[in-house]
Design a protein around this ligand. Sequence first.
Ligand SMILES: N[C@@H](CCC(=O)N[C@@H](CS)C(=O)NCC(=O)O)C(=O)O
Length: 490
Amino acid sequence: MATTAQENLPPPLDSKAELPPLFDGTPRLYISYSCPFAQRAWITRNYKGLQDKIKLVPLNLQDRPAWYKEKVYPANKVPALEHNGKVIGESLDLIKYVDSNFEGPSLLPDDPEKRKFADELFSHIDTFTNDVYTSFKGDPAKQAGPAFDYLEKALDKFDDGPFFLGQFSQVDIAYIPFVERFQIFLSEEFKYDITAGRPKLAAWIEELNKLDAYKSTKADPKQLVEFYRSRFVVQFVEPVPSSEPAISRLRSALNQLVAWVSLESRNAHDHDHDNHGGFNDRVLFDSVYENLPPGLQDEIKLVAFDLQDKPAWYKEKVYPSNKVPSLEHNGKIIGESLDLINYVDSNFEGPSLLPDDPEKRKFAEELFSYSDTFIKDVSTSFKGDTAKEAGPAFDFLEKALDKFDDGPFFLGQFSLVDIAYIPFVDGYQMILSEGFKYDATIGRPKLAAWIEELNKMDVYKQTKYFKDPKQLFEYYRIRFLVPSVEPVLI
Ligand SMILES: N[C@@H](CCC(=O)N[C@@H](CS)C(=O)NCC(=O)O)C(=O)O
């Protein structure tokens, strides 16, 4: 039977870990602490009291040891069990295998009617998980109901106990890792209680939570919610504060590309889920698993924050400098808006945003390096004699816009340079006219034409947060002009 003593869980092995002795007579169960499939095999092992017989080998799937695929399990997935010189995979097969090939209480009743029903429930599992996943993308409160109704009805079939087949069995083990996750996420994200109006389901979950064999395998709910959110939920945190010019730069660049292609970053990794010192020191939600529909990371997804109330995980897990914008792509996080627009331009499809002409490229460099000076000069001018002090910065742009005559933009055609400047110039123009009665375009026809051209482009227009100069001025007034508040430049 399940031992009651709390098992000491080993830390997950990463790519630096050595291969454990293979086929030395010790059965080893390879798992990931966050994987619902692995959890099935793990619960089975625990329930049968095999903690001392089957050794747990947790893997960090994000940074898997190469030997796992090469030497242990070519499918490179978890769970897998090494036993009697063989390696067996597939969680449903494994529940059955462990149940039949090891000692401990049987997890399948003999009753043929119950066995038949077990098969029915096993074959329904994929439908169940798919239906619930699909509902996450719509209105789960409406769409997920039938999936849980099915379970409620199934739990009503045998009345000799609270479990699917009456007594605790393989079927409960197959379902609970998913029901556990769905219950948490639906309640947390959609305020939907799967047990409301489903007393059998409520009792089933309650009974399962009395079993140590299961309880000790449960995932960290907080990390689970984050993981599901990152895959299913459009993460616009209201209010959508694309007020930051630096974000606008990025959004313009993205929109420009989106206008032509659908962006793909298929290898975008899930957040680094190493949980240092946290939940039992486990690595959680470290991999994408089967049946999980393609996530939102199949495109460059915008995730907007309320900068006044940023989620803690952004700094901890995503971007330690805690600023926006940042882009998660191919297992890396890239920050700094100018680096980012260059990165997006070079690493994704779509029209190039830098001309090949070396002279233009050189000029682009010059303008990129002037950008911080421009921002500093204009924003400093807000505190002094604005009309006088801001003038030279705009004169610089007017002159720059005169350099190439094959179009109204800095390099003639629309480029990364325009994207780098427009959020600031447009914003400053509004602030100056609203707060200082200063029109930067007067006497600067090139600048006027440039702003006008950009404001014809949807890719830019959609990224503008402040359309009302009064509102923007108020934002800047508070940020820059209220005494004792240090000007923060992005
Ligand atoms: N059908 C398999 C699914 C196992 C599975 O998808 N495991 C995930 C972790 S939850 C995995 O190993 N993913 C790694 C990969 O696919 O590379 C089973 O039931 O065991």
